[in-house]
Design a protein around this ligand. Structure first.
Ligand SMILES: N[C@@H](CCC(=O)N[C@@H](CS)C(=O)NCC(=O)O)C(=O)O
Length: 204
């Protein structure tokens, strides 16, 4: 059996979520940089064969492709019995956090992040106001979900923390206000052995 292969790029919070989970879980794997800013058809053939939308992250385990970051995180948790995947309660928590992230904070933050990168070009009037208004709700719910715990999964991080980390890691660059709990959690996440910068996860 060969090691799992993760395709990603440092600008992709979605890819960082998966890289972080594999690292925290201590799963030996290879990481391959894919140019997400180049035309999709120029990306490696093995990547295009496994990723139907030519998007990162793509994780290949035993020749089987896995796409969609939240689904990949759940696959990792269950397959390796790690990061919440080792108990019914941990998995329930993981599912709830991952679905919340994808629908809410993981919807508006990537867009706000991208808008800042392209000087709002292509964003119709009002779009950013709408995203920022959604973020106000998301930041309050972030605090509710975290409570006083160190991590969203409790004393130790789980795949739900990895999902939420994806874009929250860049909160200080987005022109939106983090909460005090968010800053405390970000410090906890940064202190984890296995935490890396996006560029260290996916060097070119
Ligand atoms: N819903 C997907 C989103 C993946 C995604 O949007 N990937 C972006 C980078 S963050 C990508 O590969 N973009 C390249 C392209 O669309 O050509 C997930 O959760 O994995």
């Amino acid at each position: 059996m060969s090691e799992p292969v993760l395709y990603g790029h440092p600008d992709s919070g979605h890819a960082c979520k998966v890289a972080l989970a594999l690292e925290l879980a201590g799963v030996p794997h290879q990481r391959i940089w894919v140019d997400i800013w180049a035309a999709p058809e120029t990306r490696p053939a093995a990547f295009l064969a496994g990723s139907p939308f030519a998007e990162v992250p793509l994780l290949v385990i035993d020749q089987q492709p896995y796409v969609q970051s939240g689904a990949i995180l759940l696959e990792i948790a269950q397959r390796y019995q790690v990061l919440g995947g080792d108990s019914h309660a941990g998995l329930r928590r993981a599912r709830e956090l991952i679905v919340w992230e994808a629908n809410r904070i993981g919807m508006c933050l990537p867009q706000i992040h991208y808008a800042a990168k392209v000087q709002n070009q292509g964003f119709p009037p009002g779009a950013l106001d709408w995203l920022r208004a959604r973020y106000q709700v998301d930041r309050a719910n972030f605090d509710r979900l975290l409570g006083d715990a160190a991590f969203f999964h409790g004393d130790a991080p789980g795949v739900g923390d990895c999902a939420i980390w994806g874009y929250t890691q860049w909160i200080n660059r987005m022109g939106v206000e983090p909460t005090t709990s968010m800053l405390r959690w970000i410090d906890n996440m940064r202190a984890l052995p296995g935490m890396k910068t996006p560029e260290s996860f996916f060097p070119n």
